[in-house]
Design a protein around this ligand. Structure first.
Ligand SMILES: Nc1ncnc2c1ncn2[C@@H]1O[C@H](COP(=O)(O)OP(=O)(O)OP(=O)(O)O)[C@@H](O)[C@H]1O
Ligand SMILES: [Mg+2]
Length: 382
């Protein structure tokens, strides 16, 4: 006996004898987990191993010398579905091979129960489908939220622009008040001259020239405001001092009306890179807030100081007021959308939120607020 317990040829220990060989094959076939079935050319079962009995749930006696109990297709490899009584349906994988058995042509069918594998595969397929569905809905949900956010941002921008426009219209009204008075005086004068007989061609020409000059100035004001609201598509290098001066010119009448003094101290060569109109919009929001704080708190000598300098490669602009500052309870919230303490004048609470968006999101800068002696200080780094 060999060490594996199998009989060997005693003169040649490495070789099995013919008889031993048969015994060995019989053993292997009997112990194989795959079913082995020999079927004659006319479909009669000639041999089954024990595995076939358990796969087909029939005894060898029930099958031998009888027609095979499942349809034999022509394919070499096929799957057959079995429904044995009192058991669930089973899937059997079958491989058919043509061979010989005791001198006659037969087919050898090797059977393997793949029910469990199929069940696991089906589970996996279902889980994959569920995951794909989940993934899809997750993507849809993310997209939905992104769209909602974009819509919200869009609405915020629209609202804040409308608010800024409302303010601008107020500023235009301020800017126009004086030229309108001038024109009305010129027209009144014309009538009076005619009544008193001083009306000459020269006088008429001068009056027309003066009136046209004033009207031209008014038209420039409108152009300036319109340019201010035109959207810039590309970032450009701009002079900070120039943009500050232009921004102040938009609101100078209303600042003057509120007795607000403005001190500007900015390097002539101070350049920044970004969207000058948007920067101007942020500046006007900050200056308007200071103006409102002066009014609410009845500050007697309101002063806004605008300073600009360079820190490394970046431009730093500070806007400081003497309106008493921002209380510590709210200073952390002033940049949130819709945060406002203004009840009387119906603040939208979008001014600083938009300013921060412009400076930080659109221009990669930084906008912060702090309290300094006597007031608030807004610091822009771009
Ligand atoms: N210079 C300042 N001094 C004191 N408080 C300020 C100053 N600037 C802003 N604030 C406070 O920050 C709040 C938010 O300002 P923000 O500009 O975002 O909105 P708002 O001015 O109230 O309304 P809106 O600008 O939309 O008309 C103000 O309501 C105010 O309480
Ligand atoms: Mg504001």
């Amino acid at each position: 006996m060999s060490d594996t317990g199998k009989p060997r040829n005693s003169s040649h220990p490495g070789l099995y004898t013919l008889q031993n060989c048969e015994e060995c094959f019989h053993n292997i076939i009997c112990r194989s987990a795959d079913g082995i079935l020999i079927i004659s050319a006319d479909g009669i079962v000639r041999f089954v191993n024990p595995a076939v009995e358990s796969i087909l749930c029939r005894s060898a006696a029930e099958m031998l010398d009888k027609p095979v109990c499942f349809p034999l297709g022509s394919e070499e490899k096929q799957e057959i579905l079995l429904n044995p009584p009192d058991q669930g349906s089973r899937v059997v994988e079958m491989c058919l091979t043509a061979t010989e058995w005791e001198g006659e042509p037969v087919r050898l069918a090797s059977l393997r129960d793949v029910t469990e594998r199929k069940r696991v595969e089906e589970q996996l397929r279902q889980k994959t489908a569920q995951l794909e569905e989940l993934n899809k809905t997750l993507l849809e949900k993310v997209q939905e939220e992104v769209d909602k956010n974009r819509e919200k941002d869009h609405l915020l921008i629209l609202q804040s622009r409308q608010a800024a426009m409302g303010e601008m219209i107020g500023n235009i009204a301020h800017q126009w008040r004086q030229p309108l008075t001038a024109i009305s005086l010129l027209v009144q004068d014309l009538g009076e001259c005619y009544v008193y007989g001083d009306f000459t061609k020269d006088y008429l020409d001068t009056t027309i020239r003066n009136a046209l000059k004033v009207i031209q100035h008014m038209s420039h004001t409108i152009d300036d405001f319109r340019n201010f609201f035109s959207r810039e598509k590309e970032k450009t290098a701009f002079s900070v001092g120039e943009v500050v001066t232009r921004s102040l010119s938009f609101i100078e009448s209303s600042l003057r009306f509120n007795n607000v003094a403005v001190e500007v101290d900015i390097d002539d060569n101070l350049l920044a890179f970004g969207f000058p109109n948007e920067f101007s919009q942020a500046l006007i929001n900050i200056i308007s807030n200071a103006k409102q704080a002066f009014r609410e708190r009845s500050i007697t000598e309101p002063l806004i100081r605008i300073q600009g300098g360079r820190e490394g490669k970046r431009a730093v602009i500070t806007i400081t007021d003497n309106a008493g500052g921002i209380s510590e309870q709210i200073i952390g919230k002033i940049f949130e959308p819709y945060f406002t303490t203004r009840q009387l004048e119906n603040g939208t609470g979008l001014g600083l939120y938009m300013s921060k968006t412009i400076i930080e999101k659109n221009m990669d800068g930084k906008l912060t607020a702090s309290n300094v002696e006597g007031g608030a200080c807004f610091r822009i780094v771009i």
